[in-house]
Design a protein around this ligand. Structure first.
Ligand code: PNS
Length: 162
């Protein structure tokens, strides 16, 4: 069975993430969305479990997708599961620079782990979790950026409580 991991922080998940997951789920028989932490960025506002719940809600319509929380290195998660393919999404050339670096770091540590890139739909090329957090914080409308099923949760969790 062909299996791939799609890792990310999902803080929160966006329509761009869901687009990439749908594309990966059409190519691989099973996709494991793996909710991790990027210690190079500010620490996530929500726990891994809370972010995983949002992802579960966002991808509930895709049959061959599972969601798990990851702590530690991605290569260790992949090795424990016996998975050799990582899928990452690319919105633009800036993403490519950062993702290329991560792919090469992961390959240096684990030569058997292959990273495959999926180009996300152009409609979401400007959508990022950080933009969603900022807009939600200031009370703006993010309904065209996050899946409708998690919109209320995004408001509740990322909006400014006054
Ligand atoms: O959504 P992001 O910030 O692009 O996700 C990054 C993530 C979580 C996939 C990446 O930081 C990651 O794999 N973290 C786990 C720790 C690890 O393996 N780091 C080395 C890869 S450079």
């Amino acid at each position: 069975m062909s299996v791939a991991i799609y890792p990310g922080s999902f803080d929160p998940p966006t329509l761009g993430h869901v687009d990439v997951i749908e594309r990966a789920a059409r190519v691989f028989e099973r996709v494991i969305v793996c909710v991790g932490s990027n210690v190079r960025k500010d620490s996530a506002r929500l726990s891994g479990e809370d972010r995983a719940s949002l992802v579960e809600e966002a991808v509930g319509h895709i049959e061959n997708v599972e969601v798990e929380v990851m702590s530690g290195l991605l290569i260790d998660f992949a090795r424990k599961k016996g998975i050799r393919v990582v899928v990452k999404g690319l919105r633009d050339t800036r993403d490519f620079g950062a993702e290329r670096e991560q792919a090469l770091l992961n390959r240096t540590m684990s030569p058997d782990l292959e990273t495959i890139f999926v180009v996300s739909d152009v409609r979401y090329s400007f959508v990022s979790s950080s933009a969603v957090r900022e807009i939600a914080f200031h009370g703006g409308d993010v309904c065209k950026m996050v899946p409708s099923g998690i919109l209320k949760d995004v408001w509740r969790l990322y909006g400014r409580s006054e």
